[in-house]
Design a protein around this ligand. Structure first.
Ligand code: HDD
Length: 708
């Protein structure tokens, strides 16, 4: 897909673009500068004069360059793109983006981790934020979701507690971007509603291979409102066309050091090379009259609607096709808000969503520093803004006229109000007749059934990874009573899982824990109203919850390391490269030294990475071409063997030419020659098939023994 020249947001942003090419340097006041290296001094050896306004301007601006990082989701990467609708959804909604198939709605999507600071590593075990700003003709619509379909808590009132528990412990600011510590588990073991989101975080979903290979979810139940004013409940889904793929925990840990910007780089490079990431937008629609037909409450954000019960209808596609021009101006200053909606979309009473509606504008006031943050180019809508809000810090708009109130006659009654028929927004008229109470519905009390469905839906390897993750995380905690409480809760989800984790921790699963189980709920009279219910297995499995439900044979953008040295077999390597590149994979020559390597055809080939500057975790697969001299040189490189051993351990595809087998035999490769994803002297097509598997998990039990 080509970049869309008519993208209205791109045009709008152009008004603020600044390019220095061919321009003279000036101060912020436009004064031409002829020396930016030396301050004004009394004599060449000082002292510096206070008069030096050029020095003062430069230093003052620098001193104030930083703004507070986001309180959560501080680490993020973003891109521009468009959303296109397949088919009108007017039956359900009057929103233009969901009814007008001729539109290409500009979007800006930001992906993030939750717990870490702005400079933390991309591969932290964490939920990923998945926030999309749609610049629609009727105003901005933000879908501020995550890569998991449920949330940790049921009421926004608990959000500060959750975040305080997961962030680094306050006395010594440790650990960074990690949930594996006492305060987090102290909190969640006393808050059983967290168990569903938590088991997702223990799964491979929390360590994606790429931001381009993860699903997105709006999480809450929202409403769609059609022209007749009829409401349907809706859940939003993003389905990645590249499938849902993850790395192993061992890779994640190694990537922290090898390339802590792994996801950011991957997103940037893919878009830069024209391999635009794509997601289909899916809707799960529930008619109002079916609100109470489920085993769970639609307003409870710790529950998903299994796709077996309500299928996801794919209604359109988002394509990210342009990298930002400036990280700070766009990715850092973008301000999302789940309360930014357009006519045709409305909220439900989900108590988590209701609280979010307050938080997002509020946080921008300290983060971006002014109620005028909507004027920042990345945040302003593409349609005109007119109202009587005025002034404030850093106001950009120059409002003309002498009226800033409504109603008025002196301003001709303008800006005038919009009738509903002309797109004026009115909230859905839901009837509410209730007592004012500070309480939680008992329909929110089931915390173990859906984590059970999720766990049972995983493949065996996925289940093993969950057990390993719980064992790692709890193993990092120091307090046994916290671990035991967690074991008691995990057993409510799945007995075998709890047993495995308990064995790894060297602890026993307690048969009972002190009451009340659920301390997250207020002290209601006898403390039992919101005690968690026993698990109910109303669904054994849901295929959509396993990573393999989105099938793809694509190897596009997969990175393949060719391990070579001088004298490598040019003919074979070139043939392999051509086939891989036809499928849009990326080939990198990795050699013992930088510069170039001379192949068997005497031609010089540019080395993409000297082996000491990279690691096998940065690649999806390895190919070792033959060439006696090259193989001999690689045999002397311990790092080349480490490369191969790690790729084997991480269950990746490896192709080896016959001539290179003697190198392979000096690694643990010798024990894996019959492996489905190890291609010894096979055709490129076989290797491509092996790469498309993403990982040969069947290898994992044996590969775990490799001490790499
Ligand atoms: Fe939130 C940022 C997603 C609950 C308060 N949130 C933020 C971002 C994402 C989410 C993706 C980063 C947006 C960006 O890229 O700039 N948050 C969620 C989801 C939630 C959720 C999916 C539950 C379903 N959040 C939530 C609650 C509260 C907040 C309950 C407070 C009551 N979230 C915030 C915030 C942030 C934020 C403090 C920090 C930076 C920002 O808003 O702009 O207001």
């Amino acid at each position: 897909m080509k970049k869309d020249k008519d993208n209205a947001k791109d045009k709008d942003l152009k008004k603020n673009l600044s390019e220095a090419e061919g321009q003279t340097m000036t101060t912020n006041q436009g004064l031409k500068v002829n020396d930016t290296n030396n301050s004004l001094k009394a004599g060449e050896r000082g002292a510096t004069l206070l008069e030096d306004f050029i020095l003062r301007e430069k230093i003052t601006h620098f001193d104030h360059e930083r703004i507070p990082e986001r309180i959560v989701h501080a680490r993020g990467s973003a891109a521009h793109g468009i959303f296109e609708l397949y088919e009108s959804q007017e039956k359900y909604t009057k929103a233009g983006i969901f009814t007008d198939t001729s539109r290409k709605t500009p979007v800006f999507a930001r992906f993030s981790t939750v717990a870490g600071s702005k400079g933390s590593a991309d591969l932290a075990r964490d939920v990923r934020g998945f926030a999309v700003k749609f610049y629609t003709e009727e105003g901005v619509f933000d879908l501020v979701g995550n890569n998991m379909p449920i949330f940790f808590i049921q009421d926004a009132m608990k959000f500060p507690d959750l975040i305080h528990a997961v962030k680094p412990e306050p006395h010594r600011e440790i650990p960074q971007a990690a949930s594996a510590h006492d305060t987090f588990y102290d909190f969640i073991s006393r808050t059983p509603e967290t168990m569903h989101n938590h088991i997702w975080v223990m799964s491979d979903r929390a360590i994606p291979r790429s931001l381009r290979m993860m699903e997105g979810f709006g999480i809450h139940t929202f409403r769609l409102i059609n022209k007749e004013g009829k409401s349907h409940f809706v859940k939003f889904h993003w389905k990645p066309l590249l499938g849902v793929k993850s790395v192993t925990w061992d890779e994640a840990v190694k990537l922290h050091g090898a390339d802590s910007d792994f996801h950011r780089r991957d997103l940037w490079d893919a878009i830069d090379s024209g391999q635009f990431p794509e997601w289909e937008l899916g809707l799960q629609i529930v008619p109002e009259e079916d609100e109470h037909k489920f085993e769970f409450d639609l307003l409870d954000p710790t529950k998903l609607i299994p796709e077996e019960l309500v299928p996801v209808q794919r209604i359109g596609k988002m394509t990210l096709n342009r990298n930002p021009d400036n990280f700070f101006a766009e990715t850092e200053q973008v301000a999302f808000h789940s309360g930014h909606i357009v006519p045709g979309i409305d909220f439900s009473n989900d108590p988590l969503l209701q609280g979010r509606l307050f938080s997002y504008t509020d946080t921008q006031l300290s983060r971006l520093g002014s109620p005028n943050f909507h004027e920042i180019p990345i945040n302003r809508p593409i349609n005109p803004v007119h109202n009587n809000q005025r002034d404030g810090h850093m106001r950009m708009t120059i409002n003309k006229g002498n009226t800033a109130y409504f109603p008025n006659s002196m301003g001709g009654g303008c800006p005038h109000l919009a009738k509903m028929a002309d797109g004026g927004f009115t909230s859905y008229e839901e009837r509410i007749d209730a007592n004012k109470v500070r309480a939680r519905s008992e329909s929110f009390n089931d915390h173990f059934s859906q984590p059970g469905i999720f766990y049972r839906s995983l493949e065996d390897w996925g289940k093993n990874h969950v057990a390993d993750a719980y064992s790692f995380e709890l193993g990092k905690c120091t307090q046994d009573h916290i671990k035991e409480r967690m074991l008691w809760l995990i057993e409510k989800i799945d007995k075998d899982l709890a047993k495995k984790v308990a064995d790894n921790l060297g602890l026993k699963i307690p048969s009972k824990i002190e009451k009340p189980v659920n301390q997250a709920i207020g002290a209601d009279d006898d403390g039992t109203k919101n005690e968690p219910k026993e698990r109910k297995d109303y669904l054994d499995k849901s295929e959509a919850l396993s990573q393999t439900h989105i099938k793809t044979d694509s190897i596009a953008t997969r990175k393949i390391a060719f391990l070579v040295s001088d004298g490598f077999n040019a003919e074979k390597a070139t043939a392999m490269k051509e086939e891989l590149e036809k499928k849009n994979a990326i080939v990198n020559l990795v050699a013992p030294h930088g510069g170039t390597v001379q192949a068997s055809d005497d031609k010089k080939h540019k080395v993409d990475a000297a082996i000491m500057t990279t690691e096998s975790v940065a690649f999806d697969a390895i190919y070792i071409p033959g060439g006696a001299k090259s193989v001999k040189a690689l045999k002397k490189e311990a790092k080349a063997k480490k490369f191969i051993n790690e790729a084997l351990k991480h269950c990746k595809a490896i192709a080896v030419d016959t001539e290179a087998e003697e190198l392979f035999d000096e690694t643990y490769g010798k024990d894996f020659k019959d492996d489905e994803a190890v291609c010894i002297n096979k055709k490129p097509a076989d290797f491509i098939k092996a790469i498309a598997m993403h990982r040969n998990w069947k290898r994992e039990d044996q590969a775990k023994m490799i001490p790499a």
